[in-house]
Design a protein around this ligand. Sequence first.
Ligand SMILES: [Zn+2]
Length: 462
Amino acid sequence: MPADPLRSAVDQWRAAALAAQTLWVRSLGGTAIAAAAHARCDTLIRFARARSPFYGDAWTHLHGGHLELADLPVVGKRTLMDAFDDWCTDREVTRAAVDSFLEHRAHIGERFLGRHVVWTSSGSTGEPGIFVQDDAALATYDALVTAQLAGPGFAGCKWQDVVAQHGRAALITADTDHFASIASWRRKANGTPWLDMKSFAVTQPVPDIVRALNSYQPAFVSSYPTVLSLLAEEQAAGRLAIRPAALWSGGEGLSHSARREIERVFGCPLQNEYGASECLAIAHGCREGWLHVDADWVILEPVDSDYRPTPPGTLSHTVLLTNLANAVQPLIRYDLGDSVRAMAGLCACGSPLPAVQVEGRNDDVVVLLARDGTPMPLVPLALTTVIEDAADVHRFQIVQTASDGLALRLTDADRVRAAATAVAALRAYLDRHALHHVGIVLEAGEPRPEHRGGKLRQVVAM
Ligand SMILES: [Zn+2]
C-alpha cells in the first residue's frame, strides 16, 4: 500500500538531514563522534527511565539524577520479551496489539499504529524477538546507508550503469514473514514509489532466482554473502548475465576471499554490513576487511562471560548493544550474543570509526547432487527459513551427511512437538529442487554449538 505522500516527503527530508549531520560529525573525527554518542546516550537513558516502566523498575536501586551507561545492568532478549508492554515507551504498543498486527503477512513493512515499523527475528540463540522501530530510527538507518554511498566503499561504483538500468534495486531475502530485511525494504518501497525496487524469495531454487534477475537487470543487488557467492558462480558460468553497479551483503559473515571473488566477477564494489533485528545498521565493511561501527549511533561493548570489558585484539564472549537511534523500544546494554574482536587503534583505511571483526555468523551452503550428478546448491538462510516457518522451531541444526543425505537435529522438546512438521517442510523444499532421492534423518542428539557464546551454526555442510 503506498504511504501517505506528505509523510514520505518528511521521512526523506529527515533522512537526508541526518545523513548530512552524520557526515559532518564524522569529518570532525573520533572526539566529535564520541561526543555525539555520549549526548545521544544521555538523552536515551533519561527518556527510558522516565517513559519505560521496565527500565524505571530495573534502575530503581540506582540513585542520583545522572546515570552513566557503565552503571546500568545488562538486559537480554527473553527478559525484554517477557516485559514487552512495560519495556515500550509508547504506551499504546502492547504485545497483544503487535501480535495481532504480525498475524497478517500483508502488513509486512506497513506502519503499526500508523507510526512504527515492526519486525521479528528468530535468531540462532533460539529466542524469537519482536522489534518495534520509530520514525527517528528508520530515518537514521536510511541516513547511514546514504552516508555509506558517499564514502570510499562506493568509490568504484559505476554510476553510469545505475542510470542505464534505471536504478533498479533487487533484494534476495527470506520474505515469508515480518523479518527485518524484507520489512524495511517494503517500508522503503512503499514510501518511495518512484524507485524501482523488487524483492525475490531466497527460498526459490537458484536457477529460478537467476532467471528472475536476468529478466529484471538490477543496478543494485542486496543479499546474504552466501547468495552473492552463488550468484557470482552463476555469472562466471554464463547462466546469469547482469551488470550491477554495486552490491550489498549482510546477515552472515563475509570472508576476504569471497568478497574478492564476488567483486571480480561482477566488476563492481560489494558493501558488507553488520546489522541485526535489534539495530539494522551496526557497522559497515571497509577495504581492509574490518567492520566500522556506526559509533555515533550505536554503542558496542565487547565483554567476557561476566560482562567485563574485553581488551582490543581479544575475542569477546558476547557484545552489549546500545541502539541510540530508537526510543520506542530502548535497547540499552543488550546482550546481542555475537563474539567480536575490536581493533586496537585506527584502521589503515582512514575511517575515524572504531573497527571490529565478528565471529560465528558463518553457515554453510549445502551442495547436494541431483540424480544426474548435477550439483544443486542450497542457501543456508533458505533452509532455515522453511523449517522455522513451517514448524515454529528456532534452535535446530541441519547437517549434511552425504551428497544425498541430511540430518536434522532438534531440541528434545521440539522433537516431540514439531519433528514431523519440520521434516515434512524440509522434504517439500528438497522436492521443489528435484532432490526427491535425498534422505532426511532425524538425529537423536540436541543441536551442538561450536562457538564460544553459544551461537549455533545452523547449517553445516560436509
Ligand atoms: Zn577500515
